[in-house]
Design a protein around this ligand. Structure first.
Ligand SMILES: Cc1ncc(COP(=O)(O)O)c(C=O)c1O
Length: 492
C-alpha cells in the first residue's frame, strides 16, 4: 500500500505542469498542415535559433523525427546509413528506415560511452566504385546523449570529427538529439555549438524538458521543406498543434534550467545505490539523467523480485536485461524521492542478506522488510502479496515483543473486522512466534527448517520488526551454524 509514487521509468512520464496546461488552454492556434498555426511557427523558429539551424519542424514523436530526417537525406532507395549497433534508431524504432524508407542500415559497434570509433566509421563507408554490388552510403547518425549507454554525452570535439569525416566522403550527418539538451547542459556547451557539424537534428520536447508530446527537427530551409512533405506522407501533419507547441514553449522556458538539478540527483542516486551491498552502479558513467543499476550475481534478489518490492513502495523502474534496472530522473523527481528510494532499497537488500545462505528458504514468500512502527507493518500486511500466506514468521527481539504481539493480535482478530478483507483463510493461518527468543545466531537456519518442514516453502511471509539489532543481524555475516543447537526448542 504505497503512499507516494516515484516514477523513474523514463523522463517521458512527466505530467504537464499547471503553467503548461494554462498555456495549452490559451494557445493561439490555426491549421498547421496548411502552414498557419502561429504558436507552432514560433516554437519551430525558436528551436531552430537555439540549435543554430535555418529552420525547424514540429513532429509528433522522436521516432518520426528520426525517420523523416533519415528518409529526407536518403531519398534514393538502396541508400545506406551508418549508425551505432546500440542506437535507438537501430534498436527501438521498428526498423522503420528499412521497412518504410528502403534504407539499408550499416551498424558500427557503439563503445560504452556511446561513441563509434572513427576508423570503424570510415571503414564502413562503401567504396562507390563498387556500386554494382554495394548500397550507397549517404548518411552517418550519432545519438547524443546516448540512451542505451546510460545517457553518456558525445563531446563537441568528437562530433566535429565525425562531421569532418562525413564531409570528406560527401555524406550527411544526422544527430538523434532526443536528449541533446541534457548533453549540452552536462558538457557545458551550447546546443548550437554541439550540433554545429550536423546537417539535421531531432530533439525531443517530451523527455527531459517535460512537454507532454512532440519533437522538433532542425536543418537547412530546403531540408525542412522536403521534410515537411514527408511528415505529411507519414501521417504526421496535424492541424491545431499550437496546443502542444504552447506546452513545449513553456517546457523550454521553465524546465531547461532544471536539467542540471536532474543530473545532480542522478549522480546522488548512483552514488547511494553503489553503497548498497548486492547492487552496482558505475557512477562515474552517470553524466546526465539515466542511471543503470546492476544486480550483482550471487545477490539473493532477482530483478523481478526487486522491481516488485519497489512497486509495492510506489517506486516504478524499468527492468533492462536480466540483471539491470534503469532509473531515469526528470523534473518531477525530488531529492527526497531519491533518498526514499535509496532507503527502500537498503531495507530490501539488507533483508535479503547476501552471505547468509539460509535465508533463501524464506525467499519463496514475501519479505516485507523492516518497519519502525506497528502502523507501517499493518499497512504492509494489508497489501501483502501473496495475499493468503500459509505462515507468517515474526522476527524480533525482546524490546519489541509487545509491538509484535499487538500485531499478531491485530492480524488474527481485528483485521477481518476492520477492512472486510480476509487476508488469511482460517485453516491455513499459522504463526511462528520467534520473537520471544533472544536473537540466536541460528535463527534463520532454524526458521528455514521449520518452514520447509511444515509449510513446504510456499506462501510464506516474513515480517521483520525493525531494531538496529535485527538490521545488523539480517545483514551481517552470521557465524557458522552451531550444531549443538536444538531446533525443537524453538517450535512453539
Ligand atoms: C535516444 C532516443 N531517440 C529517439 C527516441 C524516440 O522518441 P519517441 O518516444 O518520442 O518516439 C527515444 C525515446 O525514448 C530515445 O531515447
Amino acid at each position: 500500500m504505497a503512499v507516494r509514487t516515484v516514477d523513474f521509468r523514463s523522463d517521458t512520464v512527466t505530467k504537464p505542469t499547471e503553467s503548461m496546461r494554462n498555456a495549452m488552454a490559451n494557445a493561439e492556434v490555426d491549421d498547421d498542415v496548411l502552414g498557419y498555426d502561429p504558436t507552432a511557427q514560433r516554437l519551430e523558429a525558436e528551436m531552430a535559433r537555439i540549435m543554430g539551424k535555418e529552420a525547424g519542424l514540429f513532429v509528433p514523436s522522436g521516432t518520426m523525427g528520426n525517420l523523416i530526417c533519415l528518409l529526407t537525406h536518403c531519398q534514393i532507395r538502396g541508400s545506406e546509413v551508418i549508425l551505432g549497433d546500440n542506437s535507438h534508431i537501430h534498436v527501438y524504432e521498428n526498423g522503420g528506415i528499412s521497412t518504410i524508407g528502403g534504407v539499408h542500415p550499416r551498424t558500427v559497434k557503439n563503445n560504452e560511452d556511446g561513441t563509434m570509433d572513427l576508423h570503424l566509421i570510415e571503414a564502413a563507408i562503401r567504396d562507390s566504385s563498387f556500386e554494382i554490388l554495394y548500397p550507397t552510403t549517404r548518411l552517418i547518425c550519432l545519438e547524443n546523449s546516448h540512451a542505451r549507454s546510460g545517457g553518456r554525452c558525445l563531446t563537441v570535439e568528437y562530433t566535429d570529427k565525425v562531421g569532418e569525416l562525413a564531409k570528406k566522403y560527401g555524406l550527411k550527418l544526422h544527430i538523434d538529439g532526443a536528449r541533446i539538451f541534457n548533453a549540452s547542459v552536462a558538457l557545458g556547451v551550447p546546443v548550437h555549438r554541439l550540433v554545429q557539424a550536423a546537417d539535421s537534428v531531432s530533439a525531443c520536447l517530451s523527455k527531459g524538458l517535460g512537454a507532454p508530446a512532440g519533437s522538433v527537427i532542425v536543418g537547412s530551409k530546403s531540408f525542412i521543406a522536403r521534410a515537411k512533405i514527408l511528415r505529411k506522407t507519414l501521417g504526421g501533419g496535424m492541424r491545431q498543434i499550437g496546443v502542444l507547441c504552447a506546452a513545449a514553449s513553456v517546457a523550454l522556458q521553465e524546465n531547461l534550467v532544471k536539467l542540471e538539478g536532474d543530473h545532480r540527483k542522478a549522480k546522488l542516486l548512483a552514488e547511494e545505490l553503489n553503497k548498497i551491498k548486492g547492487l552496482k552502479v558505475d557512477s562515474a558513467a552517470v553524466e546526465t539523467n539515466i542511471v543503470y543499476c546492476h544486480i550483482l550475481k550471487g545477490s539473493k534478489v532477482s530483478r523481478t523480485h526487486l522491481c516488485k518490492i519497489l512497486e509495492q513502495h510506489g517506486i516504478l523502474v524499468l527492468p533492462e536485461g536480466p540483471m539491470r534496472i534503469r532509473f531515469v530522473i526528470h523534473h518531477q523527481i525530488s531529492e527526497s524521492d531519491v533518498h526514499y528510494t535509496v532507503s527502500c532499497l537498503q531495507q530490501t537488500l539488507a533483508g535479503e542478506a547476501e552471505e547468509n545462505g539460509d535465508i533463501k528458504h524464506l525467499m519463496n514468500g514475501c519479505i516485507l522488510g523492516y518497519r519502525h512502527s506497528i502502523d507501517s507493518l499493518v499497512l504492509d500486511v494489508i497489501s501483502m502479496d501473496p495475499p493468503d500466506p500459509k505462515a507468517i514468521l515474526l522476527l524480533g527481539d525482546s524490546p519489541n515483543t509487545t509491538a509484535l504481539f499487538q500485531l499478531y493480535r491485530f492480524i488474527t482478530f481485528s483485521l477481518p473486522a476492520v477492512c472486510d478483507k480476509h487476508i488469511f483463510s482460517q485453516d491455513t493461518i499459522a504463526f511462528l512466534e520467534l520473537f520471544s527468543f533472544p536473537i540466536h545466531r541460528n535463527i534463520l537456519y532454524v526458521a528455514s527448517i521449520i518452514f520447509n518442514t511444515f509449510f513446504g516453502n510456499r506462501n510464506i511471509c516474513a515480517l521483520y520488526d525493525y531494531t538496529p539489532k535485527i538490521t545488523d543481524f539480517m545483514s551481517c555475516n552470521l557465524p557458522e551454524y552451531d550444531s549443538s543447537f536444538d531446533v525443537q526448542q524453538l517450535i512453539l
